[in-house]
Design a protein around this ligand. Sequence first.
Ligand SMILES: Cc1cc2nc3c(=O)[nH]c(=O)nc-3n(C[C@H](O)[C@H](O)[C@H](O)COP(=O)(O)OP(=O)(O)OC[C@H]3O[C@@H](n4cnc5c(N)ncnc54)[C@H](O)[C@@H]3O)c2cc1C
Ligand SMILES: *[C@@H]1O[C@H](CO)[C@@H](O)[C@H](O)[C@H]1NC(C)=O
Ligand SMILES: *[C@@H]1O[C@H](CO)[C@@H](O)[C@H](O)[C@H]1NC(C)=O
Ligand SMILES: *[C@@H]1O[C@H](CO)[C@@H](O)[C@H](O)[C@H]1NC(C)=O
Length: 410
Amino acid sequence: MHIIAVGAGPSGLCLALLLGKAGIKTTLLDTGSTIDDRPRAAHYAPSAIRVLRAAGVLEDVRRLGFLPGNMTWRKIDGTPIASIKDTAETRGPEGLTVLPLNLLGKVLLDHAEKNTNITIKWNHNVVGVGQDDTSAWAIVRAEDGTETKYSGDYLSGCDGANSQVRKSLFGESFPGKTWDAQIVATNVYYPLDKLGLDEINNIIHPTDYYMAAKITRDGLWRVSYGEDPNLSHAEVVAHQPAKFARMLPGNPKPEDYKLTNVGPYRIHQRCADKMTVGRITLAADAAHLCNPFGGMGLTGGLVDVGDLADCLVGIDQGLAEPQILEKYCEIRRQKWRDVIDPISSGNFIRVSATDPERAREVDPFLEMVKKMETDAVLRKEFDDSVYDICHDFKQYYKGAQRVTANELKL
Ligand SMILES: Cc1cc2nc3c(=O)[nH]c(=O)nc-3n(C[C@H](O)[C@H](O)[C@H](O)COP(=O)(O)OP(=O)(O)OC[C@H]3O[C@@H](n4cnc5c(N)ncnc54)[C@H](O)[C@@H]3O)c2cc1C
Ligand SMILES: *[C@@H]1O[C@H](CO)[C@@H](O)[C@H](O)[C@H]1NC(C)=O
Ligand SMILES: *[C@@H]1O[C@H](CO)[C@@H](O)[C@H](O)[C@H]1NC(C)=O
Ligand SMILES: *[C@@H]1O[C@H](CO)[C@@H](O)[C@H](O)[C@H]1NC(C)=O
């Protein structure tokens, strides 16, 4: 079997590694000249760690990254409201792991470049897709206007938020909403741990809400804060020192820290109407978006590609009918709607629109987190619930005990 994957971002590379191990050849087409290294994801939940392990990269991810300690919700003066303790004792084998996306991308790329079943074509801008009864293809347009067709048995759109594959299938339709907010993601060297913060902090405040997390072992922090959506990029950059001075512990002036990145983002909750159309599938940001509070974006994307790989490997090995891809569409969209969207929306509302003085009274989640500090049973339930976005697609393989013809609607 031969798969065309559009996009050599984290989701496309991870899909190719999972397929490559099973002997399926993947050609990745990416419009960039190398991996995108803007500051984006850094935290991957246990459900995603499981997929990174299956792809054979977890050892390298853990060698370069680290397992963070307590995650704490606080008032802007630093007072803790509730905290999830994460220590060697509480953590399962797939504990939440921190590694900035540019470094995760490098690990995935190194592994993919060594895998003879994977071909990566940079500077390949996909402008359209198509399919017939036996194949699916991407059309790549070169700068001089010449077009080349890349054909495989199936095609997967892993081409991010502005996915051309999604647009080729559905036009501009990408149902959901854009928040009336602007988030500024900064990377900064400033020892917030010495100023009383844990390795992950969510600061609840009506205007100066932020997330501060240590993202590298050498002390780089990600500080993502809310900003007036009406400010331009230049105005956001100009306003950043005043924001830091008023919201961060120690009220730092620019000479007190070393800023390495400032990136304003609009934030969205969106999910495509379908993630499968015949032989063409969508995965990760190409299929759905969520705001970055709580780190559900790529986590959900990696779980997608883990499931998609199980479906394609099943088809390749004659263990599943091609209709298993309809199940992929149904289940992954349902998981986004019922788990990812409510959790990530809840996380954003928690920090940006909750009265910090009454946070535990008005927010049942924070009240539960507080109880979990001393209630081991509740804590265990919470730890198990982080796998709620997962689904076992091998149950639909032929001969699997639990599969019924009805379930697969064959
Ligand atoms: C500030 C911020 C913080 C975040 N934090 C977290 C976090 O902590 N945890 C988490 O899980 N998620 C987080 N996310 C979300 C996460 O970064 C994204 O979900 C993730 O990058 C999506 O990966 P992807 O592979 O789907 O798409 P991308 O990373 O966008 O990769 C898409 C690839 O497709 C290529 N491409 C695009 N169009 C074409 C085309 N027409 N032809 C060929 N190639 C094309 C691009 O060049 C790119 O290489 C965060 C996002 C932001 C903005
Ligand atoms: C590539 O696929 C073949 C089967 O075609 C398999 O034997 C081999 O292990 C795969 N290579 C890698 C590096 O995973
Ligand atoms: C986590 O919080 C506990 C107190 O609740 C504290 O003793 C411990 O040092 C904290 N750990 C980290 C890594 O911040
Ligand atoms: C941004 O501008 C719009 C339109 O002018 C206005 O309705 C909205 O309230 C403004 N938002 C903020 C946070 O000032």
